[in-house]
Design a protein around this ligand. Structure first.
Ligand code: AMP
Ligand code: MG
Length: 498
């Protein structure tokens, strides 16, 4: 049953961003959509946010999350930012189709709500302010998949949609994703004020970031030291994020500086892809002709983006050498974090110096044969458990079977076994099964759910949501989602258009 009143849902909205002043944002009312309806609701997140049990069953809430009613006490706004796109300074961008409603206190901290696709803003440039159902489902599912994998990310509370038409390469229909995050600030927000030479605003916004999200830095005397440490901490968060992306085979697709979170969250899900077969040069975005954002390049790009952030913060850090030193945090720590992440995937435990070679050699093996990335690691995890009762040959047979040139595998295995000497196989396997997911949002899985949803059946989206929120569990009823991708998966073309 749907209750019609939303009076019981007056949340205690706060507006810390608007308090900064109008140079940072523009107040914008959402543009309504006709015949709005739910597509999918994330009950887990709703619970974690401490929202009332029937919150996502209320018709008025659905209208508010579509932008058809303004929620009492919200102050919808679009923020301004700039950024480098594909390595080129693009000037002013801003929230072209995302409206922030404000923030609320929740059991998981202060969380800001954004409606993505709620209509035009002064920053829409050539765009229509809309998001299509297809890309909204991709963002909704992938952000929850990342959450399930333990990777920092913005979250998504629900999708609502409308039959209203939206023109992309073809006519599609409109949808709105309600996104939730501690904050949606990007590298590009700080770059914007540095670029227009408004150092007072740059300082004000950076101080806001520190107060709200890096409060421990307030112990450092205000001044260059605080901002230098801030840059180092963002570099560390970014390094941790990238190590996690690489370890799970996630390609973001559009790592422009306006799509880089100052909190080290995965943000702005566009043409992303989880690798099927392991190809370090894989480019998931068909608009990325140069392969700037290919899988293996992501860590370097992250560093390049951090360098841009460092430049933006120079007026506050005051000393170029100090800024460069902060960025070294990424350079020094990323390789170790990545090695540790892959060591965990191999069940090695604490990293040893020689592990890098072992990791590189297994990745080369996967790259040479374009082995399925997710299935390889999952089979490895099970194989290690079987060593408890089987010989290595028996235990690793399902892994060996993945290679055409099995002699390369046969050559690698003894090195691995030697490194694993003395391991408690069952304990190692258990750890690996919690590190190497059974399910990732492969393109074809998302695509199937999208095709179904376009026909009005949203059960595929709901199924994937539940599965991806707990991707390390076996879910025997969904075995077909853990298999090799079908041939048509490689023909799916994903561009920036969303
Ligand atoms: P993205 O590549 O999706 O991160 O978007 C880059 C910039 O374009 C951001 O400023 C977005 O807000 C804006 N943008 C993307 N799509 C649209 C759209 N359909 N309408 C308005 N602005 C958009
Ligand atoms: Mg973006």
């Amino acid at each position: 049953m749907q209750s019609e009143s939303a009076t019981e849902f007056t949340l205690n909205w706060q507006h810390p961003y608007q308090a900064l002043g109008e140079v940072f944002y523009t107040s914008v009312q959402p543009t309504p959509l006709t015949q709005a309806h739910w597509v999918s609701r994330n009950h887990l997140l709703s619970q974690q946010l401490g929202l009332p049990a029937d919150f996502l069953h209320n018709h008025t809430v659905m209208q508010m999350l579509t932008g058809n009613h303004v929620w009492p006490d919200t102050q919808p706004f679009a923020s301004v930012y700039s950024g480098h796109q594909f390595g080129v300074w693009a000037g002013q961008l801003g929230d072209g189709r995302a409206l922030s409603l404000g923030a609320i206190h929740t059991p998981i901290g202060m969380q800001e709500f954004q409606l993505k696709g709620a209509g035009m803003t002064p920053y829409s440039r050539m765009g229509d302010g809309r998001a299509v159902l297809r890309s909204s489902i991709r963002e909704y599912l992938c952000s929850e998949a990342m959450y399930g994998l333990g990777i920092p990310t913005t979250r998504a509370l629900c999708i609502t949609a409308s039959p209203d038409r939206v023109l992309r390469e073809e006519i599609e229909t409109a949808a709105v994703v309600t996104r939730v995050a501690p904050c949606f600030l990007r590298f590009g927000h700080l770059q914007h004020f540095a670029a227009i030479g408004d150092n007072a605003a740059l300082k004000q916004l950076t101080d806001h970031l520190v107060h709200k999200h890096f409060p421990h830095l307030l112990e450092l005397t205000e001044g260059p030291a605080r901002y230098t440490t801030l840059l180092a901490e963002i570099s560390q968060l970014t390094a941790e994020l990238l190590a996690k992306w690489q370890a799970v085979g996630f390609c973001h697709g559009v790592m422009n500086t306006d799509n880089m979170s100052l909190l080290g969250l995965t943000i702005d899900y566009g043409p992303f892809q989880f690798l099927d077969s392991f190809d370090p040069g894989h480019i998931c975005n068909h608009s990325d002709h140069q392969g700037r954002y290919a899988y293996a390049r992501q860590p370097q790009v992250a560093y390049w983006n951090l360098f841009c952030l460092g430049q933006a913060l120079l007026p506050l850090i005051e000393d170029q050498d100090l800024a460069v030193q902060s960025l070294e945090t990424f350079k020094n720590n990323y390789p170790l974090l990545a090695d540790q992440a892959f060591a965990n995937k191999l069940g090695l435990g604490d990293l040893q110096t020689s592990d890098h070679v072992l990791i590189e050699s297994v990745l080369q093996l996967l790259a040479r044969e374009k082995t399925d990335f997710t299935i390889f690691w999952r089979r490895m995890s099970h194989a290690v458990g079987r060593l408890h009762t089987h010989t290595p040959d028996q235990a690793f047979e399902p892994v060996r079977a993945m290679f055409i040139q099995a002699d390369s595998w046969d050559a690698w295995l003894p090195d691995y076994m030697e490194r694993m000497h003395g391991t408690d196989w069952l304990a190692a396997s258990e750890r690996m099964l919690k590190t190497n997911p059974k399910f990732v949002l492969r393109n074809h899985l998302g695509e199937q759910a999208i095709q179904q949803a376009k026909m009005g059946d949203f059960s595929g989206v709901d199924d994937l949501l539940k599965l991806l929120q707990t991707p390390f569990d076996e879910h025997p009823a969904f075995e077909q989602f853990a298999g090799f991708p079908p041939d048509w998966a490689s023909t799916i073309s994903i561009s920036c258009s969303s």
